[in-house]
Design a protein around this ligand. Structure first.
Ligand code: GDP
Length: 360
C-alpha cells in the first residue's frame, strides 16, 4: 500500500475510528491484536514494548477482507480503524488513562475462564467515567474443553461445529459473566441477540489463538461506530493531536509518537509541544508511520508522508524534542496564530498530566 492509498479509502468525510483495547493482564489483548494484524508481538517479536502505548492502523480494505464471511454488504464509510494498545501492568494506570481518553470506543477483553478480574473492573470504571462506549470480547473460547478449531470463522459458524458439552460450558460461563457485569451495574448480552444497543453492552466471543469471532468483533465495532458516532467521526480541519511517547530512535534522534485525532499534519509544519523546561517550538522534519497493520511501537521500516490525515498513529522527528512530555497536546502554528499564546496554552497541559501521574 502506497502512503497515498493509505489515507484515501472511505470516500466520505469521516475520519478513522479510534478504538482502545483494555482488560486484565493476560486476558489476551496483545494476542487479539496480533490475530487481527497477522503479527507476533505477544511472543516477543518486540522486547520491551509492553511498557509503552502502541497504535496500529487497520485500513478499511483489510477489515472488509477479514469480515467477508459475515456477508455484511454494508459499506464501510470510515477509512479505517486505529487501535490503541495500553500496557496491562498494574503500575501503568496513567498510561491506560491517557490511551483511553483518546478513544471513540473501546474493546474490553475478558478471559472466558476467569470472568471479571480487578483490571477488568478498573477499565470498566475508566470507560464509564469517560462515557466511552465499548464492546466486550469474551476471549479464549478455544480453551473450553473439547473446542474444535474453526480458524478465523464467524462465531455462529464456529459454535455450530461444537458438541453439546462445549456449548453447555460456553452457556454456563456466558451466563455467569453476564451476572458478574450485572453486579457492576451493567447490562450485557451476546451481540447477535442484543436489541438494545447503547443500553445493553454487546459481548462477542473470540479466540485470539485461532481467530474465531474476530470477524464479528471487527464488523460489529465498525458498523456500530458508523451508525452511532457520525458526528464524532466527522473529519474536521482543526488539529487535535496528543503525544503518546517520547523516545530516542537510532538514526532519528529523539522522536515523539503521537495520535492525530483530527486534522492534518505536514512535513515542515511549525509545532508547539509542552516541555519539561518550557514550551518547545520546532518544525516537523519527518512524518513516519509503520506500514498498515503494523505496530507503531515496534521497530521496523517506516513510511514517510508529506502530509497525513486523521486519525493516525504517527512518529514525528524534529529537533529539540528531548524534554517533550507524553500525554500533552501538540499544536500546529497556523499563519494567523499568535505563537506566544500557543506556547502558553501548550504549557497548560503540564499540570493536568503531572496530577494524573501523581494519582496513579
Ligand atoms: P495481555 O496481557 O492481555 O496482552 O495478554 P496476552 O495477549 O499477552 O496473552 C496472555 C497469554 O494468554 C499468552 O500466553 C497468550 O498466548 C494467551 N492467549 C491470549 N489469547 C488467547 C486465546 O484466545 N486462546 C488461548 N488459548 N490463549 C490465549
Amino acid at each position: 500500500l502506497a502512503p497515498s492509498e493509505f489515507i484515501k479509502e472511505g470516500g466520505e468525510n469521516l475520519r478513522s475510528i479510534i478504538c482502545c483495547i483494555m482488560g486484565h493482564v493476560d486476558s489476551g489483548k496483545t494476542k487479539l491484536l496480533d490475530c487481527i494484524r497477522g503479527t507476533n508481538v505477544q511472543e516477543g517479536e518486540a522486547g520491551g514494548i509492553t511498557q509503552q502505548i502502541g497504535a496500529t492502523y487497520f485500513p478499511a480494505k483489510n477489515i472488509r477482507e477479514r469480515t467477508r464471511e459475515l456477508k455484511a454488504d454494508a459499506k464501510l464509510k470510515v477509512p479505517g480503524l486505529l487501535v490503541i494498545d495500553t500496557p496491562g501492568h498494574e503500575s501503568f494506570t496513567n498510561l491506560r488513562s491517557r490511551g483511553s481518553s483518546l478513544c471513540d470506543l473501546a474493546i474490553l477483553v475478558v478471559d472466558i475462564k476467569h470472568g471479571l478480574e480487578p483490571q477488568t473492573i478498573e477499565s470498566l470504571n475508566l470507560l464509564r467515567m469517560r462515557n466511552t462506549e465499548f464492546i466486550i470480547a469474551l476471549n479464549k473460547v478455544d480453551r473450553l474443553y473439547g473446542w474444535k478449531t474453526c480458524k478465523n470463522a464467524p462465531i455462529v459458524k464456529a459454535m455450530k461445529q461444537q458438541n453439546k458439552d462445549v456449548t453447555n460450558e460456553f452457556n454456563i460461563r456466558l451466563t455467569d459473566i453476564i451476572t458478574q457485569f450485572k453486579e457492576q451495574g451493567l447490562n450485557t448480552e451476546i451481540y447477535y441477540k442484543n436489541k438494545e444497543m447503547g443500553e445493553t453492552f454487546s459481548i462477542v466471543p473470540t479466540s485470539a489463538k485461532s481467530g474465531e469471532g474476530v470477524p464479528d468483533l471487527l464488523l460489529w465495532l465498525v458498523q456500530w461506530a458508523q451508525k452511532t458516532m457520525v458526528e464524532k467521526l466527522t473529519y474536521v480541519d482543526e488539529v487535535q493531536c496528543t503525544v503518546l511517547e517520547v523516545k530516542v530512535i537510532e538514526g532519528h534522534g529523539t522522536t515523539i509518537d503521537v495520535v492525530l485525532v483530527n486534522g492534518e499534519l505536514h512535513e515542515g509544519d511549525q509545532i508547539v509541544v509542552c516541555g519539561l523546561q518550557g514550551p518547545i517550538v520546532t518544525t516537523i522534519r519527518a512524518l513516519l508511520t509503520p506500514h498498515p497493520m503494523k505496530e507503531l511501537r515496534v521497530k521496523g521500516t517506516y513510511l514517510h508522508h508529506k502530509e497525513i490525515k486523521a486519525a493516525q498513529g504517527i512518529k514525528i522527528t524534529a529537533q529539540g524534542l528531548e524534554h517533550a512530555i507524553a500525554g500533552t497536546s501538540l499544536h500546529v502554528v497556523g499563519p494567523d496564530d499568535d505563537i506566544e499564546a500557543m506556547k502558553e496554552s501548550a504549557m497548560e497541559d503540564m499540570e493536568s498530566v503531572l496530577s494524573r501521574i501523581d494519582k496513579s
